[in-house]
Design a protein around this ligand. Structure first.
Ligand code: ITT
Length: 201
């Protein structure tokens, strides 16, 4: 069997890498920027998912040959006017602190009747410094009255997808990766790549 093409994820979030590897690992050999300490830290100065995904993908693709994929994602809660949205990672006041993010979500949702929410994922694909495509995925659901479960990451203990009664963190990775915003965006990406020659592209 020929070697799988290499794909570098423009993320420092190990959970994203693990999920993308589980979903896409049969098509690409996947690493992320944590394996390349000389690559620059990309500032997410955009105000939309697509702007930030583009900044991350192009910021890394300038420095490494081959395929680069960035994931910008977040939780939108209707009762909070779409917050935390693009700022999901630092909602609790400290970048990437999931415990603080969840604590703030609990606080803000206290007494709210409308619990509807969704996760969004935007994937930006680049190759050799060129923009190749953008792919989107959304999963609708609601915010649980109480957080529960140990699986997944981020807001997974709070998010109950439509059609279920328990949060993603309790449903486990197989279920999450079959229905998540990230799984749907990856599915759009694989559909796009289906008829392409990955070496010549
Ligand atoms: P990189 O920018 O390095 O990829 P990050 O975690 O900072 O990592 P984002 O800026 O895209 O990535 O922020 C995404 C945040 O949205 C993430 O930290 C979580 O708080 C939340 N999030 C995204 N996808 C999620 C998922 O599948 N489950 C739970 N929370 C998620």
């Amino acid at each position: 069997m020929s070697e799988l093409p290499k794909l570098i994820l423009a993320t420092r979030n190990a959970h994203k890498t693990e999920e993308i590897r589980q979903i896409l690992g049969n098509k690409f050999s996947i690493t992320d920027v944590r394996s390349f300490p000389d690559l620059p830290e990309i500032e997410e100065t955009g105000t939309t998912f697509v702007e930030n995904a583009r900044l991350k993908a192009m910021g890394i693709s300038k420095h490494v040959p081959g395929w680069v994929l960035a994931d910008d994602s977040g939780l939108e809660v209707d009762a909070l006017g779409g917050a935390p949205g693009v700022w999901s990672s630092s909602f609790g006041g400290e970048e990437g602190n999931h415990a603080k993010n969840n604590a703030r979500l609990d606080q803000e949702m206290a007494g709210k009747e409308n619990r509807s929410a969704r996760f969004r994922c935007t994937l930006f694909l680049a190759k050799d410094g060129r923009e190749i495509g953008v792919f989107y995925g959304t999963v609708e659901g609601r915010i649980a009255a109480e957080a529960s479960g140990e699986g997944g990451f981020g807001y997974d203990p709070h998010f109950i997808p439509d059609g279920y009664e328990i949060p993603l963190a309790e449903l486990g990775s197989e279920v999450k990766n079959s229905l998540s915003h990230r799984a749907k965006a990856i599915s759009a990406l694989t559909e796009f790549l289906e008829d392409k020659d990955l070496e010549e592209f």
